[in-house]
Structures are given as C-alpha cells and as structure tokens.
Design a protein around this ligand. Sequence first.
Ligand SMILES: [Zn+2]
Length: 192
Amino acid sequence: MMEPKEWREAVLARLEAAGPVCQHAARYIREHNVPIGFARQSTGARWTWKGAIELSADHYSLATSPANALMLAAIVHEATHLEQGVALALSVEGELLGWKAEQEALAELGLRAKHAHWAPVTMMPARPSDDELRRTRAEMVRIAGWRYLIWLLPLRPNFWTRLVDRLQKFERRLAARSSAAAQKAETDESRG
Ligand SMILES: [Zn+2]
C-alpha cells in the first residue's frame, strides 16, 4: 500500500493527465493544499468546513488505485464545491455545477457512459433559471433518493448561506493567524 503523500501525488498526477476539468481541479487542490482523506459517510465523498476532501471509507482507501475513475470524478466534484465557497456550495445551483463537473471528469477519464441516468441533471444549463433549478432539485431527489438532503438547500446562495460563508472565512482566518503565531513562537524559541 502507498504512503498517504505518495497516493495523493499519484491521484493528482492522474487528474493532470486527463482533460481540462480534471486539470482545473488538480490545480485548485495543489494551490490550496487541500487534504484528501477518508471518513465514514452516507455519500461517496464530501467537502469539509476546514477545506478538505473526504472520500467514503466504505468504498475507498490508500489501497484504491489512484487511477480509479469514479473516485477521481468524485474528487473533482468536491474540489468544485471548495472552489465555489460555502455560500454557493450550499445551494441547488452549486450542487448542479458539482454534478456537471463530475460528469465531465468521467468523460475525460474515458467513462462517458457512466451515470447516464444523471442526464436530466447534467444536461441542465450552467446558468439555470429558477424554474430549471426547481426541476434540477426534483431530478436529484428522484435519482439519489430522499436521504439526499438537497431538498433542504436553497436554489441559490441566500442571506443564510452567505452568512455561513462569512463565518467560515472568519474562522479560517483566525486558524491561519494562530498557526502563524505558533510557528513564530517556535522559531523564536529555537533562536533562544
Ligand atoms: Zn456536491
């Protein structure tokens, strides 16, 4: 089995060898040092508040081939949400763009026919009307089932998702500041 660092690097190399959608996700993951880990969850993958991607531990591990196209496409989906930011990621519009990116990534990786039943969603325009977003949400529930909590999300970013977005950015700024302070204290200490 590969070391976590080596495995992540192999995953990024695979994405970089695919088409523009995969390459874009790989660039985002590199530039933002996005960790790719594993956790138990009801979905195949998810993004986290702290800016990480977590794959389902039931389906994937360091023993999974870094060339696994379904996994790579799921990583592209979650990287899309991290790049969107919380306000857009927590909306039907953001989720639609996530499904579209995942489908495009699959095609780039040679699995165009996979998830063909997603077509009613992935064929929606990239700039959908409210009515198209309502239909998108209904199709997502039909495809993924009621346990898929898309029906809780607003169609587009709203006051609440923007507020959550601001809170997350504030918390991450604080975390960055305190880790910078801790690092400075450490270098001061080592200087004596
Ligand atoms: Zn999503």
